[in-house]
Structures are given as C-alpha cells and as structure tokens.
Design a protein around this ligand. Structure first.
Ligand SMILES: Cc1cc2nc3c(=O)[nH]c(=O)nc-3n(C[C@H](O)[C@H](O)[C@H](O)COP(=O)(O)OP(=O)(O)OC[C@H]3O[C@@H](n4cnc5c(N)ncnc54)[C@H](O)[C@@H]3O)c2cc1C
Length: 462
C-alpha cells in the first residue's frame, strides 16, 4: 500500500506519467474510476477520429467517379458506424491495460480522493475504501464537458461529446454550439453522414484560436459541404418541451429560433476538481483549475497536478508531456521546462487544420516585422493526384533573424505534417534552412518548403 508515485487518473496525462515513472525505477500505482485511457482514448481524440474516418470513407465512396471509378452510392447503418468507433476506443483502452502490466504498474480501480499526509483513499464499486500512501501524488483527473447555465445537458436532446459519440440513431438535424476543434469535428462528421448541421459560434470566426485566414477558409469550405455557420451568435436559451430542440439564438440582426432534433453543446471543458480532496489537503485552485508551478507542484509539497486539470492547453500531447516532465524532475533529472509556445494544435475535420506558433495577428502585436509565405495546395502535384486540393500552407518568419514564428495549414493530411514545424522551431531553424531542406516529391509536405520559399520570393510552383 506504499508507493513512490501514485497517479490519479489514467488519461494520456496519467498513464504516460505512470509509465515514465516506472521506467525511472519508481514503485508506481495508477488509480482509475472508469476506463483506462481517460477521455482521450475512450471519449475524445481516438473515437472521434474513428468516426471521422468512417465519414471520409463514405465521402470517397460517394465520389468514386472523381477517381475514374464507377458511380456507387454509399449506404450505412448508423449503429455500425458508432460500434466501430467504440471498438477502436475499447481496443486502445485494452492496450493501456497491457502497458500497465508490462511496466509493472499497479492498477487500482476506484474513485480516489487525496488526503493529508500524502495519502489517497480509493473507494471501489462495492463501496469498499482502501488507503494508499505515496511519496509523490500526481493528480490527473482531467475534465468533462462544460455546461452553460442556459444550455443544461439532458443527455438526450441537449447533449455533450459523450452522447455525440454514442447516439443510438442518427439525428436528421443538429445544432452544434461552439466551433472549437470538438464542435467542428462533430459538425463535419454528422454533416458528411447526412445530418443537417448548423454551427453557432459566439466569436467572429470559427476555430477562433487559429490564424484568421485559416478560420475564414475553413468556414467557406465547410459551408460548401452544406454546413450552416452562424458567427457572432450565441444561444440564449433552449426549449426541449416539443419533439426536438428549439434554440433562441442572439445575432447582430436580433433573435432567431433554430429547430433541430438534437443540440450538441461543445463550449469547452470543466476540470474535474470537485470531490477529490483538494480543499481538505489545502491545494489551491483558481478559476476552476489547480494551480501549479513550472514543475507541476501544487501549493502543497508532494502533491502535483497535470493535464486538463491545470490551466495549460487542454490537449492530450500536452497532458503527456507535463506528466513526463513532472516525474523526470522528481527523479532529479536535468529537465527542460515545456515551451507552451511550441505546442501544435490540430482539428481533424475535412479539410484538416494544423498550426503551431504565432498567428499573423499575434506576431504583429508582439512587434515583429514579418515575412509571410503562402502556398496553395491546388499547386501541389500530390494534392492534385489525391483529389484534395482545398487548402493552403501559411508560414510566418521574423524578417530580422529568419526565426520561424508560426505555421498554419489547412488541407488534407496537414495534421500529420505539422510536426515538421514543431521540430524546426525547437531547433531554431530559419526560413532559409527550411527552403534548403529537400522535401520528398511528390508529397504534400513540399508545400511547406514552397511556402517558406514564397516568404523569401523564391517560390517555384506558383
Ligand atoms: C471529443 C473530444 C475530442 C478530443 N480530441 C483531441 C485531439 O484530437 N487531440 C488532442 O490532443 N486532444 C483532444 N481532446 C482533448 C483530450 O482528450 C484531453 O486533453 C486529454 O484527454 C486530457 O488528458 P488528462 O490525462 O488530463 O485527462 P483525461 O483524459 O480526462 O483523464 C482523466 C481520467 O481521470 C479519471 N478520474 C477522474 N476523477 C477520478 C477520481 N477521483 N479517481 C480516479 N479516477 C478519476 C477519469 O475517469 C479519466 O479516466 C479531445 C477531447 C474531446 C472531449
């Protein structure tokens, strides 16, 4: 019952932390109340990508003629599509079980609560409570769908992401509130499968954290596929008393009423800080997140927090990196602090969006004199062969020293290309070094090299 490290929560923050801790020789336990793998594997990153893949395949089937094939009409049973996604999630969760065994990490199933004296109590399904002691306790309890007071989720007509991933039948129409990555991915999936989708976004642009040009381009592309998009609009109230949902939406031109079978609330997340013993131990929180220093130590020595629970970017790869940094520091290794300015962000709708670093607006606000290069995918041989030329690459360099300030991409496959910019920026690569790094032909990645060349007036293919 005594461990060097106890990790609470087995999402990409928790399970990765536990594996790295075990690798470093710590006697490690991980506590999970639901499924190994957390939101990411069970209700987030992975099952959404499985649904989006089904939608993409369906789209390709229906566009067979574009590839010189005979016309076919794709058909599907919606429960089977959901079942495939759930199967992928379960498989990944089982994989974590294997990794825990392989690394000799004790898995304790139950609901954990931290206590004073570096103790953790765990209550299992039968209601039995057991106490464990850890020299270091790392809290990674993650987050859940955020509920707005005027958009209470009933799980049936007003739903969150969990229900959107497991609906028993396909809705004919859906209102998606919020156009961050989660909202846009579900909008794309349901629209491609034939649901009439309307997206309502409070901000002037969809995917509001992205470079404005990317947001505007995505808006146009999604509208072309039939998604209705309302920006500068907010849902004031919902009425679920009738057959479907009626949402009153405030717009610049006054209030309007939208009707649909279902409303998906995708307005962000709320960290799981309640009932985990934070107050009893004296761990400080602010605005609903746990406060930590740069090594993820909370206000109470011996207790740490990582992942969606703390006020950093709520992304799986961030949670994992924080956990690794946290345990390596505990081990006394020479560790670099995480550079939160070099975190890639991806949205897996069609076309995909991927970015890292400063947007053009942010770079200008920071006082940089910049060089901007753009390359349209319509000029890429590989994108043309793929039949997916919608999109472009935009790169931003500091005019003085050539530092790569930002990379913004929209198009098929860009989420697999953004890592190049992350590594290059980490290595302080300049624009000219990108131009002189020979990219393979034909690949869509050549467009990055060409965009860099465009910034310096050396572009070849436009
Ligand atoms: C629909 C959707 C799509 C997403 N897509 C992406 C994506 O494509 N890429 C990306 O990077 N991120 C994506 N995310 C975000 C990503 O899922 C989260 O950033 C990530 O899961 C956070 O990891 P975590 O370890 O902090 O917490 P979580 O994954 O939330 O895991 C926390 C775990 O702690 C457990 N827990 C909570 N309280 C207790 C307790 N008291 N005792 C024991 N266990 C407890 C929970 O059951 C859960 O398993 C997506 C999220 C959603 C909702």
């Amino acid at each position: 019952m005594n461990y060097d490290i106890i990790v609470i929560g087995s999402g990409p923050g928790g399970y990765v932390t536990a594996i790295r801790a075990a690798q470093l020789g710590f006697k490690t336990a991980i506590i999970e109340k639901e499924n190994l793998g957390g939101i990411c594997l069970n209700w987030g990153c992975i099952p959404t990508k499985a649904l989006l893949k089904s939608a993409q395949v369906f789209h390709y089937i229906n566009h067979a003629e574009d590839y010189g094939l005979n016309k076919v009409e794709g058909t599907f049973e919606f429960p089977n599509v959901i079942q495939r996604s759930r199967g992928v999630a379960n498989k990944m969760s089982k994989g974590i079980e294997f990794l825990m065994k392989k690394n000799k990490i004790d898995v304790i199933m139950g609901t954990a609560k931290v206590q004073k004296g570096k103790k953790v109590s765990v209550t299992d399904k039968e209601g039995k409570t057991t106490e464990y002691t850890g020299t270091h306790i790392i809290i990674a309890t993650g987050a859940r769908s955020r509920e707005l007071p005027n958009l209470p989720q009933d799980g049936k007509k007003v739903i969150g992401y969990r229900q959107a991933l497991s609906l028993p039948e396909q809705p004919k129409s859906m209102i998606v509130v919020g156009s961050g990555a989660i909202g846009v991915e579900f909008a794309d999936f349901y629209n491609t499968m034939g649901t009439k989708v309307t997206v309502v976004e409070f901000m002037p642009n969809i995917v509001p954290v992205e470079d404005e040009e990317i947001s505007k381009h995505l808006e146009k592309s999604l509208k072309k596929t039939g998604i209705e998009i309302m920006t500068n609009a907010s849902v004031e109230s919902v009425d679920t008393s009738g057959e479907g949902v009626k949402a009153t939406v405030k717009t610049a031109k006054g209030n309007i009423t939208l009707e649909a079978d279902i409303l998906l609330s995708a307005v962000g997340i709320a960290a799981n800080i309640e009932n985990i013993g934070l107050e009893e131990v004296g761990i400080q929180t602010d605005k609903g997140r746990v406060l930590v220093n740069e090594w993820y130590e909370t206000s109470v020595p011996g207790y740490y927090a990582i992942g969606d629970l703390i006020p950093t970017q709520a992304l799986a790869h961030v949670a994992s990196a924080e956990g690794i940094t946290c345990v390596e520091k505990i081990k006394g290794m020479h560790v670099e602090k995480i550079d939160y300015g070099n975190i890639p962000g991806c949205t897996y709708c069609h076309p995909e969006v991927a970015s890292v670093g400063l947007t053009e607006k942010q770079a200008k606000e920071k006082g940089y004199e910049i060089k901007v290069g753009k390359f349209p995918l319509s000029a890429s041989g590989k994108a043309t062969a793929n039949g997916n030329t919608d999109g472009f690459i935009k790169v931003i360099f500091d005019a003085k020293y050539g530092e790569w300030l930002g990379c913004h991409m929209i198009g098929e496959g860009v989420t697999d290309m953004v890592a190049e910019a992350v590594v290059a920026r980490k290595l302080e690569t300049t624009g000219h070094e990108i131009i002189k790094s020979i990219h393979p032909h034909p690949t869509v990645s050549e467009a990055i090299m060409e965009a860099a060349a465009a910034a310096y007036g050396e572009v070849i293919h436009i």
